[in-house]
Design a binder for this molecule. Structure first.
Ligand SMILES: *Cc1c(COP(=O)(O)O)cnc(C)c1O
Length: 457
Protein backbone atom coordinates (compact mmCIF):
# COMPACT_ATOMS: atom_id res chain seq x y z
CA UNK A 1 0.00 0.00 0.00
CA UNK A 2 1.32 3.38 -1.02
CA UNK A 3 -0.02 5.48 1.82
CA UNK A 4 1.29 3.40 4.69
CA UNK A 5 3.06 5.30 7.45
CA UNK A 6 6.58 4.03 8.00
CA UNK A 7 7.56 6.49 10.73
CA UNK A 8 5.56 5.77 13.83
CA UNK A 9 5.53 2.98 16.38
CA UNK A 10 2.23 3.53 18.12
CA UNK A 11 -1.09 5.05 17.21
CA UNK A 12 -2.96 6.74 20.03
CA UNK A 13 -6.48 8.12 20.08
CA UNK A 14 -7.53 10.88 22.45
CA UNK A 15 -10.29 10.32 25.00
CA UNK A 16 -12.59 12.34 22.74
CA UNK A 17 -12.06 9.78 19.99
CA UNK A 18 -13.16 6.83 22.13
CA UNK A 19 -16.17 4.99 20.65
CA UNK A 20 -19.49 6.09 22.18
CA UNK A 21 -21.51 3.10 20.94
CA UNK A 22 -20.96 -0.65 20.81
CA UNK A 23 -21.26 -2.35 17.42
CA UNK A 24 -23.92 -5.07 17.30
CA UNK A 25 -23.07 -7.66 14.65
CA UNK A 26 -26.59 -9.09 14.91
CA UNK A 27 -27.79 -6.11 12.82
CA UNK A 28 -25.69 -7.24 9.87
CA UNK A 29 -25.76 -11.04 9.99
CA UNK A 30 -26.84 -12.73 6.74
CA UNK A 31 -28.88 -15.25 8.78
CA UNK A 32 -30.10 -14.77 12.35
CA UNK A 33 -28.52 -16.87 15.13
CA UNK A 34 -30.38 -19.94 16.44
CA UNK A 35 -32.28 -19.08 19.64
CA UNK A 36 -31.11 -20.35 23.05
CA UNK A 37 -33.32 -23.21 24.29
CA UNK A 38 -34.72 -23.91 27.75
CA UNK A 39 -32.70 -26.74 29.37
CA UNK A 40 -35.88 -28.46 30.60
CA UNK A 41 -38.40 -28.02 27.78
CA UNK A 42 -36.13 -27.62 24.76
CA UNK A 43 -38.24 -24.60 23.69
CA UNK A 44 -36.75 -21.17 22.86
CA UNK A 45 -36.27 -19.21 26.08
CA UNK A 46 -37.86 -15.82 26.75
CA UNK A 47 -36.62 -12.83 28.77
CA UNK A 48 -38.35 -14.19 31.91
CA UNK A 49 -36.17 -17.30 31.87
CA UNK A 50 -33.04 -15.14 32.13
CA UNK A 51 -34.40 -12.60 34.63
CA UNK A 52 -33.08 -14.46 37.73
CA UNK A 53 -29.57 -14.11 36.30
CA UNK A 54 -29.27 -10.86 34.34
CA UNK A 55 -30.72 -7.33 34.43
CA UNK A 56 -33.27 -6.44 31.73
CA UNK A 57 -30.87 -4.13 29.89
CA UNK A 58 -28.41 -6.98 29.26
CA UNK A 59 -31.17 -9.42 28.28
CA UNK A 60 -32.32 -6.84 25.72
CA UNK A 61 -28.80 -6.49 24.35
CA UNK A 62 -28.60 -10.27 24.09
CA UNK A 63 -31.33 -10.32 21.41
CA UNK A 64 -31.09 -6.78 20.02
CA UNK A 65 -30.70 -6.25 16.27
CA UNK A 66 -30.00 -2.53 16.62
CA UNK A 67 -26.65 -1.83 14.92
CA UNK A 68 -25.25 0.73 17.38
CA UNK A 69 -25.96 0.57 21.10
CA UNK A 70 -24.98 3.67 23.02
CA UNK A 71 -22.41 3.23 25.79
CA UNK A 72 -23.81 4.83 28.98
CA UNK A 73 -21.83 7.89 30.08
CA UNK A 74 -21.05 6.23 33.46
CA UNK A 75 -19.44 3.31 31.61
CA UNK A 76 -17.52 5.63 29.27
CA UNK A 77 -16.24 7.51 32.33
CA UNK A 78 -14.69 4.29 33.67
CA UNK A 79 -13.40 3.27 30.22
CA UNK A 80 -11.50 6.57 30.12
CA UNK A 81 -9.27 5.32 32.95
CA UNK A 82 -7.38 3.28 30.31
CA UNK A 83 -9.17 3.65 26.96
CA UNK A 84 -8.55 4.23 24.14
CA UNK A 85 -5.89 1.52 24.17
CA UNK A 86 -2.82 1.77 21.93
CA UNK A 87 -2.27 0.19 18.54
CA UNK A 88 1.39 -0.62 17.95
CA UNK A 89 3.34 -1.30 14.82
CA UNK A 90 5.61 -4.25 15.71
CA UNK A 91 8.63 -2.77 13.93
CA UNK A 92 11.21 -4.59 16.00
CA UNK A 93 9.48 -7.94 15.63
CA UNK A 94 9.23 -7.37 11.86
CA UNK A 95 13.01 -6.75 11.82
CA UNK A 96 13.80 -9.84 13.87
CA UNK A 97 11.66 -11.95 11.55
CA UNK A 98 13.06 -10.25 8.44
CA UNK A 99 9.58 -10.15 7.00
CA UNK A 100 8.20 -7.73 4.43
CA UNK A 101 4.85 -8.05 6.26
CA UNK A 102 3.60 -5.22 8.45
CA UNK A 103 2.49 -6.37 11.85
CA UNK A 104 0.18 -4.24 13.99
CA UNK A 105 -1.01 -5.21 17.44
CA UNK A 106 -3.94 -3.82 19.39
CA UNK A 107 -2.97 -4.02 23.05
CA UNK A 108 -5.62 -4.47 25.75
CA UNK A 109 -3.10 -5.08 28.54
CA UNK A 110 -3.15 -1.42 29.58
CA UNK A 111 -6.35 -1.94 31.57
CA UNK A 112 -5.77 -2.13 35.35
CA UNK A 113 -6.69 -5.83 35.29
CA UNK A 114 -4.26 -6.44 32.43
CA UNK A 115 -6.68 -7.72 29.79
CA UNK A 116 -9.68 -6.84 27.61
CA UNK A 117 -12.13 -8.25 30.17
CA UNK A 118 -12.93 -4.97 32.00
CA UNK A 119 -14.62 -3.73 28.79
CA UNK A 120 -17.60 -5.93 29.58
CA UNK A 121 -17.11 -6.21 33.37
CA UNK A 122 -17.64 -2.47 33.78
CA UNK A 123 -20.77 -2.49 31.60
CA UNK A 124 -22.23 -5.52 33.41
CA UNK A 125 -21.58 -4.09 36.87
CA UNK A 126 -23.17 -0.80 35.79
CA UNK A 127 -26.39 -2.36 34.45
CA UNK A 128 -26.76 -4.59 37.52
CA UNK A 129 -26.31 -1.63 39.84
CA UNK A 130 -28.94 0.30 37.85
CA UNK A 131 -31.33 -2.63 38.30
CA UNK A 132 -30.97 -2.52 42.10
CA UNK A 133 -28.85 -5.64 42.43
CA UNK A 134 -26.52 -5.80 45.45
CA UNK A 135 -24.27 -8.83 44.75
CA UNK A 136 -22.87 -10.70 41.76
CA UNK A 137 -21.51 -14.22 41.45
CA UNK A 138 -19.23 -15.44 38.72
CA UNK A 139 -16.69 -18.09 37.81
CA UNK A 140 -13.13 -17.57 36.75
CA UNK A 141 -10.53 -19.84 35.18
CA UNK A 142 -7.10 -18.28 35.25
CA UNK A 143 -8.47 -15.33 37.23
CA UNK A 144 -8.54 -12.60 34.58
CA UNK A 145 -12.32 -12.46 34.47
CA UNK A 146 -12.68 -12.64 38.24
CA UNK A 147 -10.22 -9.79 38.69
CA UNK A 148 -11.80 -7.66 35.95
CA UNK A 149 -15.24 -8.07 37.52
CA UNK A 150 -13.85 -7.49 41.03
CA UNK A 151 -12.51 -4.14 39.87
CA UNK A 152 -15.78 -3.24 38.14
CA UNK A 153 -17.80 -4.18 41.23
CA UNK A 154 -15.53 -1.98 43.35
CA UNK A 155 -16.27 0.96 41.03
CA UNK A 156 -20.04 0.48 41.31
CA UNK A 157 -20.31 -0.65 44.95
CA UNK A 158 -21.36 -4.27 44.36
CA UNK A 159 -20.32 -7.34 46.34
CA UNK A 160 -18.73 -10.16 44.32
CA UNK A 161 -18.24 -13.87 44.97
CA UNK A 162 -15.94 -15.67 42.56
CA UNK A 163 -15.84 -19.45 42.04
CA UNK A 164 -12.29 -20.04 40.80
CA UNK A 165 -11.36 -23.27 38.99
CA UNK A 166 -9.37 -25.19 41.61
CA UNK A 167 -6.35 -25.93 39.42
CA UNK A 168 -5.91 -22.19 38.77
CA UNK A 169 -6.65 -21.27 42.38
CA UNK A 170 -3.64 -23.38 43.28
CA UNK A 171 -1.44 -22.41 40.28
CA UNK A 172 -2.14 -18.66 40.37
CA UNK A 173 -2.40 -17.36 43.95
CA UNK A 174 -1.62 -13.76 42.94
CA UNK A 175 -4.78 -13.53 40.87
CA UNK A 176 -6.75 -14.32 43.98
CA UNK A 177 -4.93 -11.59 45.92
CA UNK A 178 -5.76 -9.19 43.09
CA UNK A 179 -9.46 -10.06 43.36
CA UNK A 180 -9.33 -9.62 47.13
CA UNK A 181 -7.57 -6.28 46.74
CA UNK A 182 -10.57 -5.08 44.74
CA UNK A 183 -12.87 -6.46 47.45
CA UNK A 184 -14.12 -9.79 46.06
CA UNK A 185 -14.45 -13.12 47.86
CA UNK A 186 -12.86 -16.07 46.09
CA UNK A 187 -13.52 -19.81 46.63
CA UNK A 188 -11.94 -22.79 44.85
CA UNK A 189 -14.37 -24.73 42.64
CA UNK A 190 -15.72 -27.37 42.96
CA UNK A 191 -16.69 -26.15 46.43
CA UNK A 192 -18.87 -27.63 49.17
CA UNK A 193 -20.94 -24.41 49.09
CA UNK A 194 -23.32 -25.44 46.31
CA UNK A 195 -25.33 -28.49 45.35
CA UNK A 196 -23.47 -28.64 42.01
CA UNK A 197 -20.09 -28.48 43.75
CA UNK A 198 -21.01 -31.11 46.34
CA UNK A 199 -22.19 -33.47 43.58
CA UNK A 200 -18.88 -33.20 41.71
CA UNK A 201 -16.86 -33.62 44.94
CA UNK A 202 -18.85 -36.72 45.91
CA UNK A 203 -18.06 -38.32 42.56
CA UNK A 204 -14.44 -37.15 42.46
CA UNK A 205 -13.01 -35.65 45.68
CA UNK A 206 -9.77 -34.83 43.83
CA UNK A 207 -11.53 -32.90 41.04
CA UNK A 208 -9.35 -30.03 39.79
CA UNK A 209 -12.40 -28.23 38.51
CA UNK A 210 -13.31 -26.72 35.16
CA UNK A 211 -15.02 -23.59 33.92
CA UNK A 212 -18.14 -25.65 33.26
CA UNK A 213 -18.32 -26.72 36.92
CA UNK A 214 -17.58 -23.23 38.27
CA UNK A 215 -20.36 -21.78 36.08
CA UNK A 216 -22.83 -24.28 37.58
CA UNK A 217 -21.88 -23.14 41.08
CA UNK A 218 -22.09 -19.42 40.35
CA UNK A 219 -25.42 -19.79 38.52
CA UNK A 220 -26.89 -21.92 41.30
CA UNK A 221 -26.05 -19.31 43.91
CA UNK A 222 -27.41 -16.43 41.81
CA UNK A 223 -30.69 -18.23 41.09
CA UNK A 224 -31.23 -18.99 44.78
CA UNK A 225 -30.90 -15.35 45.98
CA UNK A 226 -33.04 -12.33 45.06
CA UNK A 227 -30.31 -9.77 45.71
CA UNK A 228 -27.78 -11.65 43.55
CA UNK A 229 -27.22 -11.85 39.81
CA UNK A 230 -24.70 -13.74 37.75
CA UNK A 231 -22.12 -12.32 35.34
CA UNK A 232 -20.40 -14.19 32.52
CA UNK A 233 -17.09 -13.02 31.07
CA UNK A 234 -17.41 -14.39 27.55
CA UNK A 235 -19.59 -16.41 25.14
CA UNK A 236 -22.88 -14.46 25.40
CA UNK A 237 -23.93 -11.90 22.77
CA UNK A 238 -23.95 -8.95 25.18
CA UNK A 239 -20.41 -9.75 26.33
CA UNK A 240 -19.12 -9.84 22.75
CA UNK A 241 -20.99 -6.58 22.08
CA UNK A 242 -19.20 -4.74 24.89
CA UNK A 243 -15.82 -5.81 23.52
CA UNK A 244 -16.38 -4.17 20.12
CA UNK A 245 -14.75 -0.96 21.35
CA UNK A 246 -11.49 -2.81 20.59
CA UNK A 247 -12.10 -3.30 16.87
CA UNK A 248 -13.66 0.14 16.40
CA UNK A 249 -10.59 1.81 17.87
CA UNK A 250 -8.30 -0.42 15.80
CA UNK A 251 -10.12 0.64 12.61
CA UNK A 252 -9.44 4.31 13.36
CA UNK A 253 -5.86 3.66 14.39
CA UNK A 254 -5.09 1.63 11.27
CA UNK A 255 -6.53 4.51 9.24
CA UNK A 256 -4.06 6.83 11.03
CA UNK A 257 -1.31 4.46 9.87
CA UNK A 258 -2.70 4.46 6.32
CA UNK A 259 -3.11 0.70 6.59
CA UNK A 260 -5.85 -1.84 5.91
CA UNK A 261 -5.55 -5.35 7.35
CA UNK A 262 -5.20 -8.31 5.00
CA UNK A 263 -5.43 -10.78 7.85
CA UNK A 264 -6.48 -10.56 11.50
CA UNK A 265 -5.52 -12.99 14.28
CA UNK A 266 -7.03 -13.16 17.77
CA UNK A 267 -7.08 -15.97 20.31
CA UNK A 268 -10.41 -17.59 21.11
CA UNK A 269 -11.45 -19.16 24.41
CA UNK A 270 -15.11 -18.27 24.73
CA UNK A 271 -14.67 -15.83 21.84
CA UNK A 272 -15.01 -12.38 23.44
CA UNK A 273 -11.67 -10.72 22.64
CA UNK A 274 -11.76 -12.30 19.19
CA UNK A 275 -15.24 -10.89 18.60
CA UNK A 276 -14.30 -7.53 20.07
CA UNK A 277 -11.45 -7.07 17.61
CA UNK A 278 -13.01 -8.93 14.68
CA UNK A 279 -16.70 -7.99 14.50
CA UNK A 280 -16.21 -4.41 13.26
CA UNK A 281 -13.98 -5.90 10.54
CA UNK A 282 -16.53 -8.66 9.81
CA UNK A 283 -18.86 -5.77 8.98
CA UNK A 284 -16.28 -4.48 6.46
CA UNK A 285 -15.94 -8.01 5.09
CA UNK A 286 -19.71 -8.30 4.63
CA UNK A 287 -19.48 -5.00 2.73
CA UNK A 288 -16.98 -6.58 0.33
CA UNK A 289 -13.50 -6.06 1.81
CA UNK A 290 -11.32 -9.17 1.35
CA UNK A 291 -10.11 -9.60 4.94
CA UNK A 292 -9.10 -12.99 6.35
CA UNK A 293 -10.13 -13.26 10.00
CA UNK A 294 -8.63 -16.12 12.00
CA UNK A 295 -9.52 -17.38 15.49
CA UNK A 296 -6.58 -19.08 17.21
CA UNK A 297 -7.27 -21.76 19.81
CA UNK A 298 -5.14 -24.23 21.80
CA UNK A 299 -4.69 -27.74 20.41
CA UNK A 300 -5.59 -28.97 23.91
CA UNK A 301 -9.07 -27.36 23.72
CA UNK A 302 -9.87 -27.25 20.00
CA UNK A 303 -13.48 -26.07 20.15
CA UNK A 304 -13.86 -24.65 16.63
CA UNK A 305 -11.48 -26.93 14.78
CA UNK A 306 -12.54 -30.27 16.33
CA UNK A 307 -15.86 -29.62 18.09
CA UNK A 308 -19.30 -30.07 16.57
CA UNK A 309 -21.83 -27.29 15.83
CA UNK A 310 -24.76 -28.30 18.02
CA UNK A 311 -26.95 -27.27 20.92
CA UNK A 312 -25.16 -27.81 24.23
CA UNK A 313 -25.22 -26.65 27.83
CA UNK A 314 -22.90 -23.83 28.85
CA UNK A 315 -21.99 -25.67 32.06
CA UNK A 316 -21.26 -29.12 33.38
CA UNK A 317 -24.25 -29.17 35.76
CA UNK A 318 -26.72 -28.61 32.87
CA UNK A 319 -28.30 -25.54 34.46
CA UNK A 320 -27.76 -22.99 31.69
CA UNK A 321 -29.87 -22.61 28.56
CA UNK A 322 -28.80 -24.65 25.54
CA UNK A 323 -26.72 -22.63 23.10
CA UNK A 324 -26.11 -23.51 19.45
CA UNK A 325 -22.34 -23.40 19.27
CA UNK A 326 -19.17 -25.26 18.48
CA UNK A 327 -18.66 -27.50 21.46
CA UNK A 328 -16.49 -30.33 22.71
CA UNK A 329 -19.34 -31.39 25.00
CA UNK A 330 -20.23 -29.95 28.42
CA UNK A 331 -18.45 -32.91 30.09
CA UNK A 332 -15.19 -32.13 28.30
CA UNK A 333 -12.28 -31.81 30.73
CA UNK A 334 -9.47 -29.91 29.05
CA UNK A 335 -5.86 -30.66 30.00
CA UNK A 336 -4.30 -28.28 32.52
CA UNK A 337 -2.61 -26.12 29.88
CA UNK A 338 -1.29 -22.74 30.96
CA UNK A 339 -3.58 -20.62 28.83
CA UNK A 340 -6.31 -21.02 31.46
CA UNK A 341 -8.52 -18.48 29.72
CA UNK A 342 -8.80 -20.72 26.66
CA UNK A 343 -9.99 -23.85 28.49
CA UNK A 344 -13.73 -23.75 27.78
CA UNK A 345 -15.72 -26.51 26.08
CA UNK A 346 -17.86 -24.17 23.98
CA UNK A 347 -17.48 -21.17 21.69
CA UNK A 348 -19.64 -18.05 21.53
CA UNK A 349 -22.75 -18.72 19.38
CA UNK A 350 -22.05 -15.64 17.20
CA UNK A 351 -18.43 -16.69 16.59
CA UNK A 352 -19.60 -20.26 15.90
CA UNK A 353 -22.15 -19.01 13.38
CA UNK A 354 -19.53 -16.96 11.51
CA UNK A 355 -17.27 -20.01 11.39
CA UNK A 356 -20.09 -22.18 10.11
CA UNK A 357 -20.80 -19.61 7.38
CA UNK A 358 -17.15 -19.48 6.32
CA UNK A 359 -16.77 -15.80 7.25
CA UNK A 360 -13.94 -16.58 9.66
CA UNK A 361 -11.25 -19.28 9.86
CA UNK A 362 -9.75 -21.11 12.82
CA UNK A 363 -6.44 -22.74 13.66
CA UNK A 364 -5.38 -24.80 16.71
CA UNK A 365 -1.81 -24.55 18.05
CA UNK A 366 0.23 -26.58 20.57
CA UNK A 367 1.39 -24.65 23.64
CA UNK A 368 5.17 -25.13 23.33
CA UNK A 369 5.17 -23.36 19.94
CA UNK A 370 2.94 -20.71 21.46
CA UNK A 371 5.36 -19.98 24.29
CA UNK A 372 8.29 -19.93 21.89
CA UNK A 373 6.52 -17.16 19.98
CA UNK A 374 5.61 -15.36 23.21
CA UNK A 375 9.27 -15.21 24.23
CA UNK A 376 10.32 -14.03 20.77
CA UNK A 377 7.66 -11.31 20.97
CA UNK A 378 8.74 -10.24 24.48
CA UNK A 379 12.39 -9.98 23.44
CA UNK A 380 11.51 -7.86 20.40
CA UNK A 381 8.62 -5.71 21.63
CA UNK A 382 9.07 -5.76 25.42
CA UNK A 383 5.54 -6.71 26.39
CA UNK A 384 5.25 -10.20 27.89
CA UNK A 385 2.07 -11.58 26.30
CA UNK A 386 -0.59 -13.41 28.29
CA UNK A 387 -0.38 -17.13 27.41
CA UNK A 388 -3.81 -16.77 25.78
CA UNK A 389 -2.76 -13.81 23.64
CA UNK A 390 0.43 -15.66 22.72
CA UNK A 391 -1.67 -18.02 20.58
CA UNK A 392 -2.46 -15.09 18.29
CA UNK A 393 1.20 -14.02 18.40
CA UNK A 394 2.28 -17.48 17.18
CA UNK A 395 -0.22 -17.41 14.33
CA UNK A 396 0.81 -13.88 13.32
CA UNK A 397 4.51 -14.80 13.34
CA UNK A 398 3.80 -17.87 11.21
CA UNK A 399 1.92 -15.67 8.74
CA UNK A 400 4.77 -13.12 8.69
CA UNK A 401 7.24 -15.92 7.98
CA UNK A 402 5.06 -17.18 5.10
CA UNK A 403 5.08 -13.61 3.77
CA UNK A 404 8.88 -13.68 3.93
CA UNK A 405 9.04 -16.91 1.93
CA UNK A 406 6.71 -15.52 -0.72
CA UNK A 407 7.96 -11.93 -0.66
CA UNK A 408 4.51 -10.59 0.24
CA UNK A 409 4.08 -7.30 2.15
CA UNK A 410 0.79 -8.18 3.81
CA UNK A 411 -0.68 -6.15 6.64
CA UNK A 412 -1.30 -8.31 9.70
CA UNK A 413 -3.43 -7.19 12.65
CA UNK A 414 -2.95 -9.11 15.87
CA UNK A 415 -5.09 -8.91 18.98
CA UNK A 416 -2.88 -8.78 22.06
CA UNK A 417 -5.65 -9.35 24.59
CA UNK A 418 -3.52 -8.98 27.71
CA UNK A 419 -0.12 -9.08 29.38
CA UNK A 420 1.39 -12.10 31.07
CA UNK A 421 2.80 -10.41 34.17
CA UNK A 422 0.65 -12.62 36.40
CA UNK A 423 1.45 -15.71 34.36
CA UNK A 424 5.17 -15.89 34.94
CA UNK A 425 4.70 -19.32 36.52
CA UNK A 426 3.74 -20.57 33.08
CA UNK A 427 6.86 -18.99 31.55
CA UNK A 428 8.92 -20.56 34.34
CA UNK A 429 7.53 -23.98 33.45
CA UNK A 430 8.32 -23.34 29.78
CA UNK A 431 11.93 -22.31 30.52
CA UNK A 432 12.36 -25.41 32.71
CA UNK A 433 11.42 -27.50 29.67
CA UNK A 434 8.43 -28.91 31.52
CA UNK A 435 5.70 -27.70 29.22
CA UNK A 436 4.13 -30.56 27.30
CA UNK A 437 1.93 -30.47 24.24
CA UNK A 438 -1.37 -32.12 24.67
CA UNK A 439 -3.69 -33.04 21.87
CA UNK A 440 -6.88 -34.65 23.02
CA UNK A 441 -7.34 -38.23 21.79
CA UNK A 442 -10.25 -38.59 19.40
CA UNK A 443 -11.94 -41.12 21.75
CA UNK A 444 -11.99 -38.60 24.62
CA UNK A 445 -13.62 -35.97 22.46
CA UNK A 446 -16.11 -38.52 21.11
CA UNK A 447 -16.99 -39.61 24.65
CA UNK A 448 -17.69 -36.02 25.71
CA UNK A 449 -19.73 -35.41 22.55
CA UNK A 450 -21.84 -38.49 23.25
CA UNK A 451 -23.28 -36.58 26.22
CA UNK A 452 -24.75 -33.77 24.04
CA UNK A 453 -28.44 -33.08 24.66
CA UNK A 454 -30.79 -34.48 22.01
CA UNK A 455 -32.64 -31.52 20.53
CA UNK A 456 -33.52 -30.51 17.00
CA UNK A 457 -31.51 -27.91 15.14
C1 LIG B 1 -9.93 -14.57 29.21
C2 LIG B 1 -8.89 -14.23 28.25
C3 LIG B 1 -8.93 -14.73 26.94
C4 LIG B 1 -9.95 -15.72 26.47
O1 LIG B 1 -11.28 -15.33 26.55
P1 LIG B 1 -12.10 -14.85 25.31
O2 LIG B 1 -13.48 -14.66 25.78
O3 LIG B 1 -11.99 -15.89 24.24
O4 LIG B 1 -11.49 -13.57 24.88
C5 LIG B 1 -7.95 -14.32 26.06
N1 LIG B 1 -6.97 -13.49 26.44
C6 LIG B 1 -6.89 -13.00 27.70
C7 LIG B 1 -5.75 -12.09 28.05
C8 LIG B 1 -7.86 -13.34 28.63
O5 LIG B 1 -7.79 -12.84 29.86
Amino acid sequence: MAGIDDQHTKYLLSEDEMPTAWYNLQADLPTPPAPPLHPGTGQPIGPDDLAPLFPAALIEQEVSTQRWIEIPEEVQAVYRLWRPTPLYRARRLEQVLGTPARIFYKYEGTSPAGSHKPNTAVAQAYYNKQAGIRRLTTETGAGQWGSALAMACAFFGLELKVYMVKVSYEQKPYRRVLMETWGATCVPSPSPETEAGRRILAADPASRGSLGIAISEAVEEAVSRDDTHYALGSVLNHVLLHQTVIGQEAQRQLAMAGAEPDVIFACAGGGSNFAGLAFPFVREKLQGKPIRIVAVEPAACPTLTRGVYAYDFGDTGKMTPLLKMHTLGHDFMPAAIHAGGLRYHGMAPLVSLLYEQGLIEAVALPQTQVFEAAVQFARAEGIVPAPESAHAVRAAIDEALRCKERGEAKTILLGLSGHGNFDLGAYQTYFAGQLVDYSHPREEIEAALAGLPRVQG
